[in-house]
Write a protein that binds this ligand. Structure first.
Ligand SMILES: [Mg+2]
Length: 134
């Protein structure tokens, strides 16, 4: 079954890049929701009629950064089970550790090759990996 994903990043260029990278992996997607910060992401997730299968989020964003977003998401019973992959250039051990403690499932450092993102997504959603088209 194709998946519904959300990409959270304050850079529209980065959101488009992540979306295209996922399309290149051959993993079937039915929707890409996008948000430019944590606050907007929470609003869109709560307003969405259908659930989102996985979220990719940046760390450094205005209004509500990746850490704030994760904290709110994981304390909301309706949203807490959605896996979150952090995609960021900020890869200090301290930062990564705090994001994993907040409930992030994995971390991908920018810039990344499509294979790295594909590997992480397939590990988190094994039923999806079985449908990879190329
Ligand atoms: Mg940013």
């Amino acid at each position: 079954m194709s998946k519904r994903l959300m990409i959270v990043d304050d850079s529209p260029v980065m959101r488009a890049f992540v979306r295209r990278t996922i399309q290149v992996t051959g993993l079937p997607t039915s929707a890409f929701l996008e948000a430019s910060n944590g606050e907007e992401a929470l609003k869109k997730l709560r307003a969405s009629a259908e659930p989102v299968d996985l979220i990719l989020t940046d760390i450094n964003m205005p209004l509500m950064d990746g850490e704030g977003f994760l904290a709110h998401l994981k304390s909301d019973p309706a949203l807490a089970s959605i896996p979150v992959v952090v995609v960021s250039t900020d890869s200090t051990e301290q930062r990564v550790g705090s994001l994993l403690r907040l409930g992030a499932s994995d971390y991908v450092r920018k810039p990344f090759p499509p294979e790295r993102l594909s590997e992480v997504l397939c590990e988190l959603l094994p039923d999806w990996a079985a449908q990879q088209e190329f």
